[in-house]
Ligand binder design. Structure first.
Ligand SMILES: [Zn+2]
Length: 332
């Protein structure tokens, strides 16, 4: 318990001090789409927030049937059961209620958008976390875990995230390493609500920072598979050339052996946890140090948890990670 109190205090402090610090930007200029400081947490005795929380639409999720591809068969599943299973799969049970509500709204938005743009033949979504969103059978967990997930779904019943009236592509990931990424830097096309924003307080995440070491010869061989014209001889320290960063502090492009390599290309080739990495070479080995885990576009789950522990509600969390959006009830 003591650890969680300490980390909650640290997270609150970091969020409070953010305007004074330049965390995680790596000296980059502020991105036009980024916000300079998070809104302060509400505390007792303060004025109520300007925008009251949106009202859930009681019964919306229970009455909405979603075609879900599960174990090779398409099942017509009530949306509330689907979302409960997604929360059980996608979030650690130790996370706060406000994080779970933010995740429920993001996952509902993803599901409803997938009905308009089905991701599978005859099904809006599947239950594979790599393809669509993960799903864990609500009948397979303890009553306490089930109640926790169901409460977050019920508290946000029928609420979705919209940008200029349209449901957004509500992407999320585990941990950014301090700053999220622009959609364009990862997928090539700009989305106004998927902009790089700061995401402090994620140090509690297991993969906040990781190191990958591999023998220099393996590194060299794999790079030459990607580009046989790379000039990889002599002192390895001299192989590394100029690097161009993405708005979110990832590697956009790096020169290795005089040839350009994309950060996304290297992430795939070396199975790096993210494109936010630094690289060191010596005569023995190559050392990648990565920050964050995942594509880093949209909502950071660990960043959302840091905001929740600092006292922010789920609407504030969603509006922080998805720029310029509204949280609105769906028509019943
Ligand atoms: Zn799928």
């Amino acid at each position: 318990m003591r650890n969680s109190v300490v980390s909650a205090l640290i997270a609150a402090l970091v969020w409070a001090l953010l305007p004074l610090l330049s965390l995680g930007t790596g000296g980059l200029p502020a991105h036009p789409g980024s916000v300079s400081a998070p809104p302060p947490a509400q505390t007792e005795g303060q004025e109520p927030p300007e925008d009251p929380l949106p009202q859930p639409v009681s019964g919306f999720d229970a009455g909405y049937r979603l075609p879900v591809l599960r174990e090779g068969r398409t099942e017509s599943m009530p949306l509330d059961r689907y979302l409960t299973g997604v929360l059980l799969s996608e979030l650690p049970a130790s996370f706060s209620d406000e994080t779970r509500k933010a995740q429920a709204v993001a996952c509902r938005t993803y599901a409803l958008r997938s009905c308009a743009h089905p991701r599978h033949e005859g099904a809006a979504v599947c239950t594979d976390s790599v393809c669509c969103q993960g799903w864990r059978d609500p009948d397979s967990v303890s009553p306490a875990l089930l109640a926790q997930a169901e409460a977050a779904v019920r508290a946000t019943d029928g609420l979705c995230i919209r940008y200029q009236g349209a449901l957004i592509d509500a992407t999320f990931f585990s941990c950014s390493g301090g700053r999220t990424e622009d959609a364009a830097a990862v997928w090539g096309s700009e989305l106004p609500y998927l902009r790089s924003v700061e995401s402090p307080g994620e140090e509690m995440a297991a993969h906040f920072s990781d190191e990958l070491r591999l023998p220099l010869e393996d590194f060299r061989a794999r790079l030459l598979e990607l580009d046989p014209e790379a000039e990889l001889s002599g002192d390895p320290a001299g192989w590394i050339g100029d690097l161009r960063e993405t708005p979110g502090g990832g590697v956009d492009e790096i020169l290795l052996g005089g040839r350009p390599f994309r950060g996304t290309q290297l992430r795939k080739a070396f199975q790096l946890r993210s494109t936010a990495f630094t690289l060191r070479l010596n005569t023995q080995e190559a050392v990648f140090t990565t920050r964050g885990f995942g594509h880093r576009v949209g909502m950071s789950q660990y960043g959302a948890e840091a905001m929740a522990r600092a006292g922010n509600d789920y609407v504030t969390i969603l509006k922080w990670y998805y720029s310029g959006v509204d949280i609105l009830p769906e028509a019943p």
